[in-house]
Ligand binder design. Structure first.
Ligand code: MG
Length: 452
C-alpha cells in the first residue's frame, strides 16, 4: 500500500506537497478514524501553520468530530493534553526541525503516544480510498479554544522534578528556543525552577530568523557564545517543536546528545532499576552507563515513536535517542524538551558538579557516519548480501544490520526517506571508527554495484 506517513508523520513543502487539499482530506481521514468526540489540535510557529490548521479543522469537523484548539504549543504539551484531557486523539501541525518552507501533520493516540503504525495504516486507507465519514448538517463538529494546557503541562513537569533542590542552586542558564513552539512555556518552567534565564531567539517566528531549527552545534554558535559571555551554568536549546533538547556545558562546549542521554539514563536508574530503551544507532556509552548503574539496555528500531511504545510495553525506566530526544515515563511516553532540561538541571543540582565534569566522567567512544547511494529497489537485497558476508554470532538484525566487535560496532541501515544506505561505526579510537566505516562502505559499494 502507498504510504503517507513517514517516521514522524506526514511532511512536505507547504502549499505544494503539503497542500490544503491534503490537509483537509487527512483531517477527514483522522476524524473518520477517531469517530465522534473531540480531537486536540496544536501547531508550531511556522508561517503555514494557520493555513494547514484551518484546513485540518474543516476536514475533521465534516466527519462530525469536534476539535479543541490548543494554539501554538510544544508537541509534548499537546500530547500531555490528549493524555489527561479526555480527548479521543490529537493532531500536531509541525515539521519539527525542518527548514521553514516545510510543514507536517502528526497524529497522537488517546494515551498521548504517537500513533502506532497499524493505526496509521487505517488512516492511510481512509485517505487513499476516500472512505470518509460525512456528517449531515445537524451533526457537524464544533471548534473551541482550549488554552488551559500550557499551565497544566508546566505543573505536570514541575511535579516530576526535585524543584527545591534545583531552586537552591539559583542556576544561570541561557535558553535558545529557535523561534519555535517552546518560546513561551520553557522560559516559564526555568523561571519557576529558580533559574536566572536569558532567552535567545525567543520570539515565535516561522521564518526562523535566528538560525535553522535543527539543534546542531553549527546552528547554535550564538548560544555557545552567550553561555561563555554570561558565565552561565548551562546552555539549553530546543528544536522547532520543542520535543528535543541539547545542552552546552558551562564552558560553552556542545554536549553530544548521546552524552546527555547516557548521563540521564544513569541518573534515572539510581531511583529505579530496570530497562532503558534506545535505538540500535545509539552509542555504546549509553549501554556502559546503564550496566554500570545496575540497569539493562534494550535496543529498539530507530524512531522515537518506536522507542516510546517499547518503553510502555516493557515498563522501562527511561529511554531516548542520541539526537536530544529523551522520554520520562512517569511524565509521559514522548520526547519532551522542557522535561529533559528540568531533569538535567536536577542532575546538576544533586551531584553538585559542573556539566563539563559530569560529561568527562562518561565512557569515551568515537563514531563515524558514512553513506552509500543505493536505489530503493536494491536496498533490502544489498543488506541481505552484506549480512551473508558476516558470521551470525556477532550480528543484530533489530533494524538494518549491526555487526559487533570487541568494544566496537558497525550499523548498516537503509534510509527510509532517501536513496542511500547509511553506514555508522563506533570504536574506542577515531582512527578505528573511520576505518571500520570506510571498510564496510567499500564492501557495501561493491555489493550495490553488482546488484545494479
Ligand atoms: Mg521535534
Amino acid at each position: 500500500m502507498t504510504r503517507l506517513f513517514g517516521t514522524n508523520g506526514v511532511r512536505g513543502i507547504a502549499n505544494s506537497d503539503m497542500s490544503i487539499e491534503l490537509a483537509t482530506d487527512l483531517g477527514r481521514a483522522i476524524g473518520t478514524f477517531f469517530g465522534k468526540g473531540e480531537i486536540a489540535v496544536a501547531s508550531d510557529t511556522r508561517v503555514s501553520s494557520d493555513m494547514l490548521r484551518n484546513a485540518v479543522f474543516a476536514g475533521v469537523l465534516s466527519t462530525g468530530a469536534s476539535v479543541g484548539d490548543l494554539g501554538v504549543v510544544p508537541s509534548p504539551t499537546l500530547q500531555f493534553a490528549v493524555k489527561h484531557g479526555g480527548y479521543n486523539g490529537g493532531i500536531i501541525i509541525t515539521a519539527s526541525h525542518n527548514p521553514p518552507e516545510f510543514n507536517g501533520i502528526k497524529v497522537i493516540d488517546p494515551s498521548g503516544l504517537e500513533l502506532a503504525r497499524e493505526d496509521e495504516e487505517q488512516i492511510e486507507s481512509h485517505y487513499f480510498e476516500k472512505s470518509f465519514a460525512v456528517a449531515d448538517w445537524k451533526s457537524l463538529g464544533g471548534a473551541r479554544s482550549d488554552a488551559q494546557w500550557g499551565d497544566r503541562y508546566v505543573e505536570g513537569i514541575l511535579g516530576n522534578l526535585d524543584v527545591e533542590a534545583i531552586r537552591e542552586q539559583r542556576f544561570k542558564v541561557v535558553l535558545d528556543v529557535a523561534n519555535g513552539a517552546g518560546y513561551e512555556i520553557s522560559p516559564i518552567i526555568l523561571t519557576k525552577l529558580g533559574c536566572e534565564v536569558t532567552v535567545l531567539n525567543g520570539e515565535p517566528d516561522g521564518m526562523f530568523p535566528g538560525h535553522p531549527s535543527e539543534p546542531t552545534p553549527e546552528n547554535l554558535a550564538g548560544l555557545s557564545q552567550a553561555v561563555k559571555e554570561s558565565n552561565a551554568d548551562l546552555g539549553i536549546a530546543h528544536d522547532g517543536d520543542a520535543d528535543r533538547t541539547v545542552f552546552f556545558d558551562e564552558n560553552g562546549d556542545f554536549v553530544q546528545g548521546d552524552k546527555s542521554l547516557a548521563l540521564t539514563a544513569g541518573y534515572m536508574l539510581k531511583k529505579r532499576k530496570g530497562l532503558v530503551v534506545t535505538p540500535v544507532s545509539s552509542s555504546s556509552m549509553v549501554e556502559d552507563v546503564v550496566v554500570e548503574a545496575g540497569g539493562e539496555i534494550l535496543y529498539s528500531k530507530v524512531g522515537a515513536p518506536i522507542v516510546a511504545r517499547t518503553m510502555l510495553q516493557r515498563n522501562a525506566v527511561f529511554g531516548g535517542e542520541e539526537n536530544g530526544g529523551m522520554i520520562f515515563p512517569e511524565h509521559q511516553y514522548c520526547r519532551d524538551a522542557a522535561m529533559s532540561a528540568g531533569k538535567v538541571l536536577e542532575i546538576l543540582a544533586l551531584s553538585g558538579k559542573k556539566m563539563s565534569q559530569l560529561v568527562m566522567e562518561l565512557p569515551v567512544y568515537f563514531t563515524t557516519k558514512m553513506k552509500v547511494s543505493c536505489p530503493d529497489d536494491f536496498k533490502s537485497k544489498a543488506l541481505e548480501e552484506m549480512a551473508a558476508l558476516v558470521s551470525e554470532g556477532n550480528v543484530d538484525r533489530t533494524d538494518g544490520l549491526k555487526i559487533y566487535g570487541e568494544s566496537e560496532w558497525v550499523l548498516i541501515r537503509p534510509s527510509g526517506t532517501e536513496q542511500i544506505i547509511r553506514v555508522y561505526s563506533e570504536a574506542k579510537s577515531k582512527e578505528r571508527a573511520d576505518s571500520l566505516a570506510d571498510e564496510n562502505s567499500k564492501i557495501l559499494q561493491g555489493v550495490v554495484d553488482r546488484l545494479s
